[in-house]
Write a protein that binds this ligand. Structure first.
Ligand code: PXL
Length: 273
């Protein structure tokens, strides 16, 4: 059973963040470890506040885990601050030195569903400059794609264009294969996702609208499930389709709980409701 690491924030309601990622890893029969970058105070109703963990603690956690429980892949979610980004990129750079094709999926979390900023403008710039060149894949939603590509992304046709712009921007700054982009179109109608592979092939993956208010954590779960499938050896297209199927199953089987945006059912493959 390979080990996979999530570097992300803590959401006490377990819809998103490290506790949700650990459930996704368990649902894929992978052993999960976690490095917390921030504590958020939130329930299903929304985020009340966010408290970054110091870069020193993030660095010490990564160092401590790496020698004892080395990961076979890493999911990076909410990073919270530019200084955490610098620390995480130093860790990832060292990993790449020994494994050039190490699987890393970055979910460029910028805001909560309820609209609270989780990464400020300085953080977005640091993410673009320091982490994007090191990630194998990123899984932005439309707003995150727009912020990173520097283009408006509103309509369906904007998505492939912005993905190609972003991949092009990164091409010059990377000494490994091009950045793969799995853009999540949950706000499109139909809610299709767009995959741009490192070799430049683009294709739409059809999505299914599920009528539920249990949608908290869909972005985190898609990104983590995609990493799991890559670690398990799926080629990218197969991994993306399997991750979408996993999230659709988690939406369909979720029990609505709490007064707001309920968590999806992360554990459905092993604990059907
Ligand atoms: O869904 C984005 C997200 C990611 N990570 C953490 C969060 C949120 C949204 O609230 O709290 C920890």
């Amino acid at each position: 059973m390979p080990t996979v690491l999530t570097i992300a924030g803590f959401d006490p309601s377990s819809g998103a963040g490290v506790t949700a990622d650990l459930m996704v890893f368990a649902a894929h029969s992978l052993y999960g470890t976690a490095c917390i970058t921030a504590l958020t105070v939130q329930s299903t109703v929304g985020v009340r506040s966010s408290h970054p963990v110091s870069a020193a603690i993030v660095g010490a956690t990564l160092d401590c885990l790496d020698t004892d429980l080395p990961p076979a892949g890493i999911k990076i979610g909410m990073v919270a601050t530019a200084s955490n980004i610098f620390t995480i990129s130093r860790y990832v750079e060292n990993l790449h030195a020994s494994h050039p094709y190490f699987p890393i999926v970055l979910d460029p979390v910028m805001r909560s569903t309820s609209g609270r900023e989780l990464l400020g403008p300085r953080g977005v710039k640091a993410l673009h400059e320091h982490l994007l060149p090191l990630a194998g894949w990123i899984t932005p939603n439309l707003a995150e794609l727009a912020a990173l590509a520097g283009e408006e992304v509103v309509r369906r046709d904007d998505v492939p264009h912005a993905c190609r712009t972003l991949q092009g921007q990164l091409a010059e700054r990377r000494n490994r294969p091009c950045l793969g982009i799995f853009a999540t179109g949950g706000h499109l109608d139909p809610p299709d996702d767009f995959l741009l592979t490192p070799t430049g092939e683009g294709l739409w993956l059809p999505g299914e609208r599920v009528d539920t208010r249990a949608t908290h954590g869909t972005g985190c779960a898609l990104s983590s499930a995609f990493l799991c499938r890559l670690v398990l050896g799926d080629p990218p297209l197969q991994a993306a389709l399997a991750a979408k199927k996993y999230v659709t199953g988690a939406l369909k089987s979720a029990v609505e709980r709490g007064a707001g945006n309920s968590p999806i059912n992360h554990l459905w493959p092993i604990l059907p409701s």
